[in-house]
Write a protein that binds this ligand. Structure first.
Ligand code: NOJ
Length: 735
């Protein structure tokens, strides 16, 4: 539809119709009707409002969506189609590894492919928009939603934000196999005080702009269709009604011209924040801030009409929002084809098709991070007698906490995969215990929590595991968090494995110290105990539908782990938030300095247990000193920094060589190092290669003391190595 027609349509719509467009309803209201209507009525939403709503959250299925769309459009005065939206995060029905695990792959192009395949399944099921990617920068492992992010690094997050957006949106929103992407949560949601979900965010303007905004910007530059507001405050004003943030920063500075949607209920929540005085005030503030769609607070349908009729809100503001929504519907091609990709037959074909499962397996395999491997414990060898023990051995729920459509029944477990893929190996299987401690109850998570069985059942599982450990040459323990312990509203103050699993580890390793631990979790954990009682540790995250086969392949040496940590694993919770790109202090501490008055703890080290960028493979590499092709450069020149990398082990392997820079002295303090590039190299035993990075002036820019984005002449350090712990450096001068 050309723009003139959209304008004519808008012009012709009644006030009520326009308000309908800016209101998003839950799909349950359309399909279950009466039962769900109660809470809606409490919010002041009538059946008449529902019949005019412009977008729907949470319904899926080609046939269902086609029916709703048809019925809805027939009764709508202007036959305007609905947009169907859902959280398709790490996959639709075929579930890929959680986003944090995808970050560990250091392969944004692989995530682009996962997003593309997820869009293909979801679009066939009738969906038009996904609430992904989440690009919130995360530094606090207590926050449950770190699993939805790609980690602590601004550069890496930007690469993934762009790749995922492109993956979902493909060659255009109107495609039958694409979805509109929605980057979230704007802005700074990943920095809640003390890691508690929905808590206050307090960031300096420079930190906010330099570390937190760029990944959203990367999605905006990739033409993301929507942005979602965040629940938190930004500069003491809730983001959702923060006019400076939305109008000045997002729209004007960052150039976003798509649809801005609130998070669930967030407009109404600005009252509890202590900002809006009532629901009318909240609706007015949100519209003035430029929020186009009210996701489920009901404040827009309840209050906008009165506000506009009384002249408290200008109708042009509403028109502006409605036009952006109509434009999105137009870009999605819904005026021409309101059913877009919905196709029941195709839905059957693409969902969980072999191609998608193969991709899920590959993505999982590439996301595993080998944290420890003493004495080349892994890979396992066929001649060894092996025991696979622990609650994750036969567990189907490997999908993570943000998988609405993923069905654990589709998952291939570790045990199922091992029985098939390693049928001629000598492996025994024992569960040992449940995931959670018997007394643990996750508040608010209802009856989803599995029970632990009777004390006798628990004892039997335990003894079976001990027997298996006794008879094995090597034990692999499959341990982890419960999938509901990460995700929204799943902050934790303790970052250890559940007690029962720690006890299992202690007991099994006392019976047989030949132990490797495979971890299933959605956040960095305190791994001190695991470290103490194991020879090898493999981080498997929540690996998705094909997690089992991917793990069996890596454990048995069919491929090697190639992931690198996208977030530092703290020594213990007392260090959190801990991230590699910290500022230097005036009193830096270098172990084993004995001076009392240095920046350190009395009881724990400063360094995380495993730093950002770290990960081993099944071979070893040697990285030479950094060489620079010159010692000085001007702003329009570049410097080439190189290292020689050699595979000094006995297997072909892949390493991720990382470039970090440090501005030694500037008008504001600069981080001790910042990732600026990385390259993957695969080398045969003994083989070596030169890895070079071109350093340009652009890579040296930051928010200077006067707030401009610029570089400053002076000395810079160049570090190239295998993780953020790299220390060897070379220096150059920017003239
Ligand atoms: C609330 C979450 O914060 C957001 O990420 C999600 O997209 C919406 N609910 C819709 O499910």
């Amino acid at each position: 539809m050309d723009h003139k027609k959209l304008e004519a349509l808008l012009h012709d719509m009644s006030l009520k119709e326009k308000i309908g467009q800016v209101f998003q309803i839950s799909g349950q209201l359309l399909v279950e009707d009466a039962a769900a209507m109660g809470p809606m009525q409490e919010m002041g939403v009538t059946k008449e409002d529902l019949a005019l709503a412009g977008t729907v959250l949470g319904v899926t299925g080609a046939e269902r969506i086609q029916n709703i769309q048809k019925e809805y459009m027939e009764q709508h005065p202007h036959h305007i189609p609905l947009i169907f939206m859902l959280d398709v995060i790490n996959g639709y029905r075929t579930v890929y590894p959680i986003p944090l695990a995808q970050g560990a792959s250091f392969q944004p192009e692989l995530s682009k492919e996962c997003a593309r395949m997820a869009a293909r399944e979801a679009a066939a099921a009738g969906l038009h928009v996904t609430f992904s990617p989440m690009t919130d920068l995360v530094r606090d492992a207590r926050w449950g939603r770190v699993m939805e992010s790609t980690g602590e690094d601004v550069y890496l997050n930007g690469l993934f934000a762009k790749a995922m957006t492109q993956g979902y949106q493909g060659d255009g929103l109107a495609g039958a196999e694409t979805l509109g992407a929605c980057v979230k949560h704007f802005a700074g949601y990943g920095a809640p005080d003390a890691g508690r979900d929905y808590n206050t965010v307090q960031l300096t303007e420079r930190t906010f702009r330099e570390y937190y905004l760029p990944a959203y910007q990367a999605a905006v530059d990739a033409k993301v269709a929507l942005v979602m507001t965040s629940f938190n405050t930004v500069n003491d004003i809730p983001a959702t009604v923060n006019k400076t943030l939305m109008r000045d920063i997002l729209r004007k500075e960052m150039g976003f011209d798509g649809v801005l949607i609130s998070d669930f209920g967030a407009i109404g929540e600005t009252i509890a924040h202590g900002l809006s005085s009532d629901r009318a005030d909240a609706a007015r503030r949100a519209l003035e801030a430029g929020v186009d769609i009210d996701m489920m607070s009901g404040a827009y349908p309840e209050k906008l009409e009165q506000l506009i009729r009384e002249g408290q809100v200008k109708e042009e503001l509403l028109d502006e929002a409605v036009m952006r929504i109509l434009e999105l519907k137009n870009k999605l091609g819904l005026f021409e084809n309101p059913y877009k990709g919905a196709d029941a037959e195709k839905e059957e074909q693409v969902i969980l098709c072999p191609e998608n499962r193969a991709l899920a397996r590959k993505a999982a395999e590439q996301s595993f991070v080998l944290l420890k491997n003493d004495g080349d414990f892994l890979p396992l060898k066929k001649e060894e007698k092996i025991a696979f023990i622990g609650p994750y051995v036969n567990r189907k729920q490997l999908l993570g906490g943000w998988s609405f459509l993923g069905d654990a029944a589709d998952t291939v477990t570790v045990e199922e995969a091992a029985r098939e893929m390693a049928s001629d190996w000598s492996i025994t299987f024992a569960q040992g215990c449940q995931v959670l401690d018997p007394e643990t109850r996750l508040v608010g998570f209802g009856n989803d929590q599995e029970t632990c069985g009777s004390p006798d059942d628990q004892q039997a599982l335990w003894e079976e595991a001990c027997d298996a450990a006794r008879e094995a040459d090597k034990v692999v323990l499959f341990l982890g968090e419960h999938f509901l312990q990460t995700g929204e509203a799943a902050s934790r103050g303790v970052l250890e494995l559940p007690q029962v699993q720690q006890r299992l580890l202690e007991e099994i390793s006392s019976i047989n110290p030949q132990v490797a631990v495979v971890l299933f979790n959605g956040r960095p954990l305190d791994l001190r105990l695991v470290n103490e009682h194991s020879q090898a540790i493999l981080e498997a995250w929540m690996p998705g539908t094909e997690g089992g086969p991917a793990l069996v392949r890596v454990l048995t040496g069919g491929s090697e782990p190639v992931g690198r940590l996208p977030m530092s694993f703290p020594y213990c919770v007392g260090q959190v938030p801990v991230h590699y790109d910290e500022f230097p202090t005036g009193r830096p501490y270098h172990e084993p300095d004995q001076n009392r008055f240095l920046s350190k703890y009395l009881d724990i080290p400063n360094r995380p247990l495993y730093p950002f960028g770290y990960g081993l493979g099944y071979t070893a590499f040697a990285v030479s000193k950094v060489r620079l092709d010159k010692q000085e450069m001007t702003a329009d020149e570049t410097i080439t920094a190189s290292v020689t990398v050699q595979n000094v082990g006995h297997r072909t392997g892949t390493d991720v060589i990382q470039l970090y820079l440090h501005d030694v002295s500037a008008s504001v303090v600069r981080p001790v190092k910042q990732l600026k590039g990385y390259q993957r190299v695969t080398l045969e035993p003994g083989q070596e290669t030169q890895v070079s990075f071109e350093i340009s002036e652009e890579m040296l820019r930051f928010y200077t003391a006067d707030g401009t984005w610029a570089s400053e002449p002076g000395v810079f350090e160049v570090m190239i190595g295998e993780s953020s712990a790299v220390e060897q450096k070379a220096e150059f001068l920017l003239r």
